[in-house]
Write a protein that binds this ligand. Structure first.
Ligand SMILES: C[S@@+](CC[C@H](N)C(=O)[O-])C[C@H]1O[C@@H](n2cnc3c(N)ncnc32)[C@H](O)[C@@H]1O
Length: 202
């Protein structure tokens, strides 16, 4: 079974496993995010972050390789009457536009190193000058905690990794440490994350 089918099965078995509210870190950045323009929600699952960004007035593309997740996101957006473009695609093979997005949200998307490098390169390419990139992912210290995240260590992020990955961007903030997650049944309780905000130079 490919990983996209495995994610389909997870979303079928437990709808809204990461909740319907947006990621708390992304939401906390609302005053600093663009109020208009184009946004890309990477690995957006069932659409909670893409839909929230669309509600803020952004023109959002949500991409995830889970057809189940994207279908749920599209149905949710239609029910709310909020425009949301959904694409079912493997981000490592996606046709990344150049200098296109004013905001990219990379929330709990954990990839093998080569895939991560491809998606980092795509994100750097796709950000417009002045565009922002928001990241929140689990760190190796999350291992053993029950608040979510992959078990495979190579999928996890550190602050050093994030700073190196997004070195061509201006680092606005980046922290690694313990936070309290309340994001659906899968992300509950103390958690170890790296979270940060970067800006592409003009
Ligand atoms: C932990 S979930 C997080 C979902 C969403 N970002 C959220 O915070 O609610 C990770 C998501 O990444 C997606 N994903 C993993 N690898 C992917 C890839 N190569 N291309 C597209 N989506 C991928 C999965 O299908 C899943 O929906």
């Amino acid at each position: 079974m490919s990983d996209s089918l495995a994610w389909n099965a997870r979303y079928e078995a437990q709808p809204w496993m990461f909740g319907r509210a947006p990621n708390r870190y992304l939401e906390s950045l609302a005053p600093r995010l663009p109020r208009q323009g184009r946004a890309l929600a990477l690995g957006d699952g069932e659409g909670r972050n893409g839909l929230w960004l669309a509600r803020q007035g952004l023109e959002v593309t949500a991409v995830d390789w889970s057809a189940t997740g994207m279908a749920r996101a599209a149905a949710w957006a239609a029910a709310e009457g909020v425009p949301l473009k959904t694409e079912t695609a493997d981000l490592t093979r996606w046709n990344w536009p150049e200098a296109h997005f004013d905001l990219i949200a990379w929330i709990f998307l954990h990839l093998p190193p080569a895939d991560r490098a491809a998606v980092v390169a795509g994100s750097l390419r796709a950000l417009a000058p002045g565009g922002l990139l928001v990241l929140e992912c689990f760190t190796p210290a999350q291992q053993g905690r029950r608040s979510g995240g992959p078990k495979e260590p190579s999928l996890l992020w550190t602050r050093d990794m994030a700073e190196a990955a997004f070195a061509p961007l201006q680092l606005l903030e980046c922290l690694e440490g313990t936070v309290h997650l309340e994001e659906g049944p899968k992300h509950q309780g103390p958690a170890e994350v790296v979270r940060g905000l970067w800006r592409k130079p003009d």
